[in-house]
Design a binder for this molecule. Structure first.
Ligand SMILES: NC(=O)c1ccc[n+]([C@@H]2O[C@H](COP(=O)([O-])OP(=O)(O)OC[C@H]3O[C@@H](n4cnc5c(N)ncnc54)[C@H](OP(=O)(O)O)[C@@H]3O)[C@@H](O)[C@H]2O)c1
Length: 324
């Protein structure tokens, strides 16, 4: 089969398109004929060699969508549509950057849809992350106020649409004033320009602060976000767009307001059910959710796709669609 193999840690040219042996089925796993997959920032870190325990050569890709090619457990029929994500996929075992992918049953979720594969490919990891962050980590409910820090990211844009559908007031941030209209068109009630500190403009809008914050920039802005929560508010750090893994100093008694809560979300496929995934796919199909897809690449273009993601020029999800 054709696969994009990350031959060693390094720049995008370490990924090579190769003919490799198609994986052999093993008990407890399914063989998926890959139709499409979304690209994820964590794959940049893995490619650079920053994911602990990952050995090269490795077929990367923490998610994919496709059809069942073989399932010895007979849980799924040949040809059934499925998504697979996380659980070590593309890190500790070969992932979605290939014509076929062997995945353990527990990370596979079935669905039915007439959507194009390129759209379906954008969904699994993005939806799981947004749904888990908003519902499981932030326990978001109608009438609340949500600040999305890193609002123009794919995760941020989808989080805004889902929060609005739940009856939540949304404030989104961007560093770039030219993106204000895009955020407004996507449903944000308010947009703030983020230069690293937004407490003053936020307090003008909401003097008591906001009760929920989705932190996608990460450690760079986390302390400032903690200053923005109202009484008993929650900050969930889900992203690390600022590219800084650790903080120089963190003093919980000073940095977390009394009764405030700080959590993180690093989700798995088990955080969503097949019913939730199906409901979300249906809402994309009926137009109530609009996916922000920037570019659809071919498998042969995987190096360009990595370079593009690294350049930060994308304004939406990047997807690879296979020809098979
Ligand atoms: N925890 C999980 O389970 C999970 C799962 C998936 C993704 N994630 C994380 O969620 C985050 C968002 O992912 P994504 O794929 O949606 O991102 P994305 O679409 O690639 O985000 C692009 C946006 O990031 C902002 N950005 C880029 N570099 C930045 C920097 N140095 N400082 C501040 N903002 C910066 C830019 O916004 P402006 O130019 O408008 O400011 C840009 O529009 C990532 O950190 C990703 O790793 C987490």
């Amino acid at each position: 089969m054709k696969a994009a193999v990350t031959t060693k840690a390094g720049i995008p040219t370490v990924i090579e398109i190769k003919e490799v042996i198609k994986p052999e089925i093993i008990s407890g796993w399914v063989l998926i004929k890959v139709k499409a997959f979304g690209l994820n920032r964590s794959e940049l870190f893995t490619r650079r060699g920053y994911s602990p325990g990952v050995q090269f050569p490795r077929i990367q890709g923490i998610e994919c969508v496709g059809v069942i090619e073989d399932d010895p457990s007979n849980t799924y029929e040949k040809g059934q549509q499925v998504a697979a994500m996380m659980g070590g996929m593309g890190r500790y075992f070969d992932g979605g950057y290939a014509e076929f992918c062997l995945a353990p049953l527990e990370i596979v979720i079935p669905f039915k849809s007439g959507l194009r594969w390129s759209k379906l490919g954008a969904i699994p990891e993005m939806f799981q992350t947004v749904w888990g962050s908003l519902n499981q980590a932030l326990e978001l409910s109608a009438g609340e106020i949500l600040l999305i820090r890193g609002g123009t990211s794919s995760i941020g844009m989808l989080a805004c649409q889902i929060a609005k559908s739940m009856g939540v007031t949304v404030i989104s941030t961007t560093r770039n004033p030219e993106k204000i209209k895009r955020l407004r068109d996507n449903g944000s009630d308010h947009v703030l320009i983020d230069n690293g500190s937004i407490t003053v403009p936020l307090n003008h809008l909401f003097p008591e602060g906001v009760n929920k914050i989705l932190e996608l920039i990460g450690t760079k802005t986390l302390k400032d976000s903690l200053k923005c929560i109202s009484n008993k508010g929650i900050v969930c750090m889900t992203g690390i767009l600022g590219n800084e893994w650790a903080m120089d100093s963190f003093s919980p008694m000073d940095d977390i307001p009394s009764l405030g809560k700080l959590t993180v979300y690093t989700g798995e496929s088990k955080n969503i059910s097949s019913e939730l995934l199906q409901k979300f796919i249906d809402s994309v199909e009926n137009g109530s959710i609009s996916l922000n897809i920037d570019t659809i690449f071919k498998l042969d273009e995987i190096r360009q796709a990595h370079e593009y993601m690294e350049s930060n020029r994308a304004q939406g999800k990047l997807v690879v669609e296979l020809d098979n």
